[in-house]
Design a protein around this ligand. Structure first.
Ligand code: ADP
Ligand code: MG
Length: 208
């Protein structure tokens, strides 16, 4: 499979739509464990990406992903803004000089992005954050998992945050009380990953 960057505007639309459909649920999750603004932070970033979709569509991978990262960084705010910005900017650096990616190469790029998020957030797997979705997805991609398996690993990772005690971010102030609730960032990361998987499966015409 080789993926062309021209598919990015369709992916941005698919991601925006799934976040819109689940906005209320995610707001409640971030009200329980945080301050309730996670979905509005994310939607601000996605709105900005939709506004730039035509421009992004003209770019090659590294430039497009860099632009996505910079846009998220400058519009989202919150802990998630700097972490999502870091994810894409670091992916872009790992893409430098290449215009086409097979699945294995794309997996390596994603792993580089996730590693940068760990550094930026000073966090690891098991701390009840978006990383509990992103890390298993990166592992599954590296192992050559199918599209469905990638989405399934995101769902499993997201669900695993329910029984974790938060040690990073605002939720860490709750200590034991954070048990029993899914992390908002883990949920939005899972929704976005599964929406991208669905879009890629349904939009095979855009795969080169
Ligand atoms: P804020 O916490 O500043 O209000 P958001 O509500 O937008 O920002 O995002 C909260 C999400 O960010 C959390 O649900 C969690 O997944 C993620 N997060 C927060 N801090 C960290 C961290 N240090 N490492 C990884 N993810 C984090
Ligand atoms: Mg918040």
């Amino acid at each position: 499979m080789s993926l062309r960057s021209k598919i990015l505007p369709d992916l941005i639309k698919a991601v925006s739509s799934i976040i819109e459909q689940n906005a209320e649920e995610v707001t409640v999750l971030d009200q329980v464990l945080g301050d309730g603004d996670h979905v509005t932070n994310l939607q601000r970033g996605l709105d900005a990406l939709n506004q730039q979709a035509d421009e992004i569509a003209k770019l090659e991978w590294a430039e497009a992903i860099q632009k996505i990262g910079m846009t998220l960084l400058s519009t989202m705010g919150g802990a998630s803004g700097s972490l999502m910005g870091t994810l894409f900017i670091s992916m872009s650096k790992a893409m430098a000089g290449k215009t086409e990616f097979n699945q294995q190469q794309f997996a390596e790029v994603f792993v580089a992005g996730v590693e940068a998020v760990k550094k930026r957030g000073k966090s690891e797997a098991g701390e009840k954050t978006m990383l509990d979705t992103l890390i298993p997805v990166a592992d599954k991609m590296l192992k050559g998992g199918s599209m469905d398996e990638i989405c399934q690993s995101a769902v499993k990772g997201m669900e695993s945050t329910r029984d974790m005690k938060a040690t990073k971010g605002r939720a860490s102030y709750l200590e034991e009380k954070s048990l029993g609730h899914i992390d908002a960032g883990a949920r939005t990361s899972q929704l976005m990953i599964c929406a991208i998987v669905d879009e890629l499966k349904n939009n095979s015409g855009s795969l080169g």
